[in-house]
Structure formats: structure tokens, C-alpha cells
Design a protein around this ligand. Structure first.
Ligand code: NAG
Ligand code: NAG
Ligand code: NAG
Ligand code: NAG
Length: 385
């Protein structure tokens, strides 16, 4: 409760009292753009600010994100939190906290023995007492120790309080591991709690439906079982994440070749609206130059699946040589040569500026007639109030 209250104050200070009202009336906000690839702020503006913190998400919204992206895990006491790794070691100060020194464990996670301080062994209160730090040594360290882990609900609140429509893009992360270690009442599973949480905040409706445009969401997972399971619980659009070619699916142990086959695309397209592949599997690099693209994008599109590749990062070490060390050229290639539908980026601001320079918002935002009629209806309601 305390943390929710704190974040409300933070949001109030950031967005101001006037905008706080917009949480109640999502329709009156500037709609999400749907005419160019989605700018998905990977773990918030994590190129600048420690990942998946409130500050990283607020910054991502400020600099142009269409969607803020997150990974959902569960605490020992069953609370859903935004955190990427199953262990706390790399992005918090847990190793310095002597009171937790007896929590170190080794668990087998997706066939690999992992040792560290696991999120599932800490209560929400304990997780909240930790401080988050920057993952990469070559990024800005000034925010280390300043921010806490946030809950799934706090993350949703940040999106809903934004002064324009900002979507959420939460991942059902490591569901096999979470369901093995965390138990809920009434035999509920991680996936049930996940869906109940988004539904509690009004997320519903198929892709581009009126409800979806009001509160856009993509639910993502590497685990096909989880996506298929939740398809009976929510019609919100889902995206199937695809790992490197050498890594089998974490729940069904299917190979990359199998899950990217035409047969599997036909099957999964009953449940998901798109795929989220690692970009180097679409255009494999050779000696750090791009080689010939695979037909993955064309085949996915032929099955009516969107393609949202990950992860775009500005730093030289992540840019293939063919882009002349220029992230704009990389965005241009993926937008115009590869024709993908959304990009996960650590640098939302760079992608936004690229898009604004090359495909600025039209004067009349291009959107469905339905939405325009809806907006007209809302305006007329205000006029008659
Ligand atoms: C842990 O403690 C060491 C020694 O005091 C300090 O240098 C380091 O910054 C601390 N790490 C974190 C993540 O707080
Ligand atoms: C993990 O460690 C346990 C205990 O040492 C061992 O029995 C198991 O085979 C290991 N699993 C893997 C995948 O290495
Ligand atoms: C979804 O519901 C249908 C109809 O009740 C059922 O046949 C199917 O097995 C369910 N699918 C999953 C994945 O639970
Ligand atoms: C996953 O599939 C591979 C290849 O078929 C097989 O060698 C491996 O034993 C399987 N792993 C599990 C955990 O079933």
C-alpha cells in the first residue's frame, strides 16, 4: 500500500494534478499512433536510467515511447513485480545486504543451474528494500542506488497516468520457474494472476478494437504454453517471443526450426498477433556485418503475424558495421528494408527522433474511422455537459 501511495505522489509531481484526471478518462487523450512501427521502450529508457524502474518508464514516456515494456516475475509472497533476471545479483545491491546473505541458492532454470539471490525467495517488502543499479558498466551510473523495484500494478499506473495514450507490453517471464517456486490460493497459476492484474485495470479487447486503442497492450512470452493458456482468459493481443536459433522453447522444448516453420506459424496465429524474434536471427551477422536476411519477416507477414524484433541499442558495440556506427541507419534499415511492425529499443528517444524526422505524425492522425467517430462522440458529450 505504502509503495502505491508513494508512486501516486511521484506521478502527481511529474504529471501534475490536471493530468491525474486523465486516468479516469482514457478516451480524451491523444491516441496511440498506428501508422508507423511501434516504438517499444525496452525495460523503459534503460539506455539512460536503470531498467524497469519508475524513472526509466517515466523517461521513456517523456521521450516518445508508444509502449513501455517490462518483464513480470513473482515475489515469494505471490506479488507480481517488474524485473528481468530471475536473480537479483546483476541489477540490485542485494550482494551488499548482509541480512540477506543466507538467501543464496542454486536452482535449475530452463535446464541450466543458476546460482544467486532469486526474486522468488524474497517477499515484496524485501524486494522493495533493495536498490536498483545500471546493468552495463558503459552506461550512466549516476542513478545507481536511487530507485526501487516496482510492482506490475505500479507499472500499469504509470502508463495509465501518462498524458497521452501509452501502451503496456508486459512479459510472462520464466513461467515454469515461477510456478515451480511460487504458489497462490485456489490452485491459481502465475498466468492467472497475470491476466487478473491486467483485467483489473481495464485491459481488454482484440488488436485495434475500441478498448484496445484506449488502453493498448501486447502480452508477450517465450513460453507458448502460457500464451495458449491465457487465450481462454483474455482476448488482448499476444506476441510470441523467439530466442536465438540454438535455444529451445523454455516450456515445450521445441527447436527454433520448428517454431519458425510455416506449420507452426499457422498454428500459433490462432493465439497470437505477432512474433518477437531476436533481430540477429532475422538478419544473421557475419564478422559483425549483416548477411542476407532470412525470409522470416515475409513468412510471418504471410501468416498475418506482426514482427517486433529485439533489441536495438545505440552503443557502437551493438551496431553492425554496415550501419556505419549510426543507430538511425539501423532503424531505417529495419523500418524500410525489413518492414517490421515494431522495435524493442533501449533508446526510445533515438528511435522516436528518427521517426519524427522521417515520418512525422500526419496533421490529421491517421486512424480508424471508428476511433474518429468515438472521439467526436466524446467531444459532443463534453459540449452537452
Ligand atoms: C556495494 O558495496 C561496495 C563497497 O562499499 C560499493 O563499492 C558498491 O558500490 C556497492 N554496490 C551496490 C550495488 O550498492
Ligand atoms: C544441477 O545441479 C544438481 C545438483 O548438483 C545436479 O544434480 C543437476 O544435474 C544439475 N543440473 C544441470 C542441468 O546441470
Ligand atoms: C479453452 O477453452 C476450450 C473450451 O472450453 C477448451 O476446449 C480448451 O481446452 C481450452 N484451452 C486451454 C488452453 O485451456
Ligand atoms: C529437448 O530436446 C532435445 C532435442 O530433441 C533433447 O536432446 C533434450 O533431451 C530435450 N530436453 C528435455 C528437457 O526434454
Amino acid at each position: 500500500m505504502t509503495s502505491i501511495w508513494n508512486i501516486s505522489i511521484l506521478l502527481f509531481l511529474v504529471f501534475g494534478a490536471a493530468n491525474a484526471k486523465s486516468n479516469v478518462n482514457q478516451e480524451a487523450k491523444k491516441p496511440i499512433q498506428t501508422f508507423r512501427p511501434y516504438n517499444v521502450a525496452h525495460r523503459g529508457a534503460c539506455g539512460e536510467i536503470p531498467e524497469e524502474t519508475a524513472a526509466a518508464y517515466l523517461r521513456a514516456i517523456e521521450i516518445g515511447a508508444d509502449f513501455i515494456e517490462t518483464d513480470i516475475l513473482a515475489s515469494k509472497d505471490g506479488q507480481l513485480v517488474c524485473f528481468h533476471d530471475v536473480t537479483l545479483d546483476d541489477t540490485t545491491d542485494v550482494k551488499n545486504r548482509t541480512e540477506f546473505s543466507d538467501r543464496k541458492r542454486t536452482y535449475e532454470v530452463q535446464g541450466v543451474n543458476v546460482t544467486g539471490y532469486f526474486v522468488v525467495d524474497f517477499t515484496l517488502e524485501e524486494l522493495k528494500s533493495l536498490k536498483v543499479k545500471q546493468r552495463f558498466s558503459f552506461r550512466d551510473q549516476q542513478y545507481n542506488g536511487k530507485y526501487s523495484i516496482i510492482t506490475f500494478e505500479e507499472y500499469i499506473t504509470i502508463a495509465l497516468y501518462a498524458d497521452r495514450t501509452v501502451g503496456i507490453y508486459p512479459e510472462i517471464k520464466n513461467p515454469v520457474h515461477i510456478n515451480e517456486h511460487v504458489k497462490w490460493d485456489n490452485g491459481k497459476k502465475f498466468e492467472d494472476i497475470f491476466v487478473e492484474t491486467v483485467q483489473k485495470y481495464g485491459y481488454k479487447g482484440t488488436y485495434l478494437s475500441e478498448s484496445w486503442l484506449k488502453q493498448p497492450i501486447f502480452i508477450q512470452s517465450f513460453a507458448p504454453t502460457s500464451l495458449i493458456y491465457i487465450s481462454n482468459k483474455t482476448d488482448s493481443p499476444k506476441v510470441f517471443l523467439i530466442d536465438d536459433v540454438s535455444i529451445p522453447t523454455q516450456d515445450t522444448n521445441q527447436s527454433y526450426a520448428e517454431i519458425t516453420s510455416d506449420g507452426y506459424f499457422s498454428y500459433i496465429s490462432q493465439y497470437v498477433v505477432g512474433i518477437g524474434p531476436w533481430k540477429d536471427t532475422i538478419v544473421p551477422p557475419k564478422d559483425n556485418y549483416l548477411s542476407t536476411p532470412t525470409d522470416l519477416v515475409a513468412r510471418a507477414h504471410a501468416h498475418n503475424l506482426q514482427v517486433h524484433p529485439y533489441t536495438f541499442r545505440n552503443e557502437n558495440s551493438y551496431l553492425h558495421f554496415g550501419f556505419h556506427q549510426d543507430p538511425y541507419q539501423e532503424y531505417d534499415y529495419w523500418t524500410n528494408q525489413m518492414g517490421v511492425d515494431g522495435l524493442f529499443t533501449d533508446f526510445t528517444g533515438s528511435f522516436h527522433l528518427y521517426q519524427e524526422h522521417t515520418s512525422p505524425y500526419p496533421k490529421h492522425i491517421k486512424t480508424s474511422d471508428d476511433l474518429l467517430r468515438k472521439i467526436e462522440k466524446i467531444i459532443s458529450q463534453y459540449e452537452h455537459a
